[in-house]
Design a protein around this ligand. Sequence first.
Ligand SMILES: [Zn+2]
Length: 124
Amino acid sequence: MHELAITTSLLTIALDQARAAGAGRIVSIRLKVGELTGYVPEAVETNFRALSAGTAAEGAALLIERAPLRCTCRACGREYPARPDDFTCPDCRGSAITITGGREMFIESMEVESPVTPQGKGPS
Ligand SMILES: [Zn+2]
């Protein structure tokens, strides 16, 4: 159940941001969860429901977006979507690669009830 720890810190960040923005209730939180993190969106959601009870984030919609695994080949520089079971470069078959996507887990945006939206991002 490693989702519990990550969900706890996500909620803390969300509440801190809402407080810093002078916001009231958190309406929705858009999360980016990389494929490689191994986090199960349903588990994150379940933990979120339990942890947010009684906070400004209670009842907030949790929008979880999966971030696909992406790699950049160090030999030829190609960036490509990879599968967790095959990281090799599709062009040169090189295996010296840098993972550029899929390990992230962060709050992409948040919607709160007045007075301001964080990060200057409006509702999408
Ligand atoms: Zn390559």
